[in-house]
Design a protein around this ligand. Sequence first.
Ligand code: UDP
Length: 451
Amino acid sequence: MEKKETMRRIVLVPVPAQGHVTPMMQLGRALNLKGFSITVVQVQFDLVSSSSQQFPGFQFVTLPKSLPKYEVEGLGQIEFMMMLNKTGEASFKDCIGQLLLQHGNDIDCIIYDEFMYFCGYVAQECKLPSVIFSTQSATNHVSRCVFSKLDLDKFLIDMKDQEKQEKVVENLYPLRYKDLLPSGFGPVEPVLKIRGEVVNKRTASAVIFNTTSCLESLSVSWLKQELGIEVYALGPLHVTPSPPSSLREEDKGCIEWLNKQKSRSVIYISVGTVAQMETKEVLEMAWGLCNSNQPFLWVIRPGSILGSRGVEALPNEVSKIISERGYIVERAPQIEVLRHPAVGGFWSHCGWNSTLESIVEGVPLICRPFQSEQNVNAAYIVSVWEAGIQLEGEVERGKVERAVKRLIVDEEGAGMRERALVLKEKLKASLRSGGSSYNALDEFVNYLKTK
Ligand code: UDP
């Protein structure tokens, strides 16, 4: 039964990082199209403000005591999230108080990123309904839940045994026990603390995942059974027409360059918006790419090469070859690039957004994950969807050259592309009327309306 006729208001709270802001804004857009008013609460004004003009009708609010830039500069991802959660609660409570006054107590639900768990405490205190949004894969969430139930001391002893590390978690192929451990974030204790908060659902009545059953059926079913609250797998959200919410300007020049390349010949390389590489690794990559003889489009983000601002880390001889065969940008219009007929493969760190974007365009991948959740995504790409290969161990030019040729030139790569294209069709079907994601969004909307 509907509660009222006026536009219902949803408050969204994204993590101030590209890989989280983008899907949250896409969710906002999808809900707005279903008739909800949207308020976006941002932590740092300069991080999301670029999108405020792009989303007419959305209300953007900045937390009164947001973190000043100088305080967060130099913090790692985990320290940053911990600080945000420590300082955010009081100002978010004030902010919700003001919003309630402004909108005549009409806030139907707070949807917060799973890492912004201070919002869960505030929703509980203010007695407002809340829903958690996970911008990462469902399998990654499963991995955290399984981990939270383990006897940690025993598990850590078990993990010294190589065979136990490789063992697949019961009924959760391809998740291995070693994938349950956080990696790539520095000291483990703070990560475990954050994970503990993330798996604690507090009074949230549902969790939304930016995934779809045809991609992660086992994990989605597992979560539906285990979480004890509603689970909505309504992605991939980037397919909903939505304005861009890029925090950095995209270099469109690369599309003209792609227009001049042969069909399916280009390898596109991006390690997302956070990962950093050693100069030595970048050089080996550069040589391997040049030696592969395939054209390549490479995103080298300022700050992504440790100890260097960017491309100047590359020696002149490499820069010369790159200018003949490659194209470097600081930021690419990634979806447009992946959709371009000249692109034959994607070298990715396997962040969840990049993974979804590649599969939606039917582009096979070379996986080079940096952190635990990206390892899990890579395992899916390689072992479940069979739409990519993983580059393991040290990055060496010979391995890079071989991987590019396997993916772009060899029969093996053609098979991966075929499977990626089959998945693309399944994804499209899940988003069409009657498909699982389409239905999940409708069910979520109905659920919000009856709250
Ligand atoms: N992205 C982009 N252009 C770039 C690099 C990244 O548009 O040059 C976008 C990409 O399309 C994706 C997001 O940034 O939506 C990265 O998110 P992901 O989850 O893949 O990785 P993260 O940056 O969170 O590690």
